[in-house]
Ligand binder design. Sequence first.
Ligand code: SF4
Length: 359
Amino acid sequence: MDPRPAVTNYTLAEFEAVLNTLGLEAYRARQVLQWVYRRRAASFGVMTDLSKEARDLLDRKFRIFASALSERHVSTDGTEKLLLALDDGNLIETVLIREGDRKTVCVSTQVGCPVKCAFCASGLNGLVRNLSAGEIVEQVVHVQNALPAGERVDSLVLMGIGEPLLNYAHVVQALRTWKAPWGLGIGWNRVTLSTVGILDKIEKLVQDRVTPNLAISLHAPSDAIRVDLVPTLKKKISELIKAGAAYREATHKNVTFEYVLLDGVNDDKKHALELGKKLRGLRCKVNVIPFNRVEETPFRAPSQDRLDRFVTALGACGVPIMVRKRKGDEIAAACGQLRAMAERTKPVDPTIAAERSAP
Ligand code: SF4
């Protein structure tokens, strides 16, 4: 285990202070962070506007990243999954989704997940640990560094493994680093944080003036169905909808309600009508996500017919809807699936088109 702290774990102010204690000028901190976030530096050795002595000192005291790229899987539709190895041997995954010119990264915030949604591979074994701020921040940097020169990541979704608001402090630091001019410069209008509904932390985001777009996972039109799908978080549908409306009111940011459509569970026309009744009149959208099969769960993907019927009935209630396209099916793009598969198969399943990176 490398004892040196990663640069990605610091804010600019913190890094300035720590460099000062080492006898380096504060402005060196901004230089180093620009190399990391803007100039794709993977070592201090390439930072040629610093003296050799300063580079050697930095290299003895710090490393750039807390994680290393372990595997890169590329789907035929352009979706990419990066599997990142952490110091303690854990693996996390990050996904790049391409839509036209747009490049969106789906970020993980925890190793495993304590929420244990019934349909999700990530929650199967519960929480292993929270990710550090650096481990969250640098997922985007690893993806960006793998893009062709001159291309940049445009937008972020915190929809990977983990519940972001149960790792609040580190997620907030990551959001600030991504947005900062000394960081990646990705504004919060281009970031969506997805939560199962940690209500006090949604309010805290507003108080702390950290305001990405918000997605709240409903997955059910009624409390009776939701408690089976999200058994560890007993929040009423009405409370979740109220929290979304309040966030929208306070921040003017986009609020979306997510709904994973599961065959025979929550995909009936009557479910759409019940949901539509509860959401009518709100300035929020519903993101319908047709289930991606997860081997370890009993759930099935809805047929195209059932999907169409659900969407038509919900739309007739006046609720704006987006249907998420299936992306990266052959590289297991639903959250947690690649990591679960890598842990099952080690070494990687040869039927998957994969590119193993140099260590
Ligand atoms: S769907 Fe999200 S919140 Fe639910 S168990 Fe999976 S990672 Fe956790």
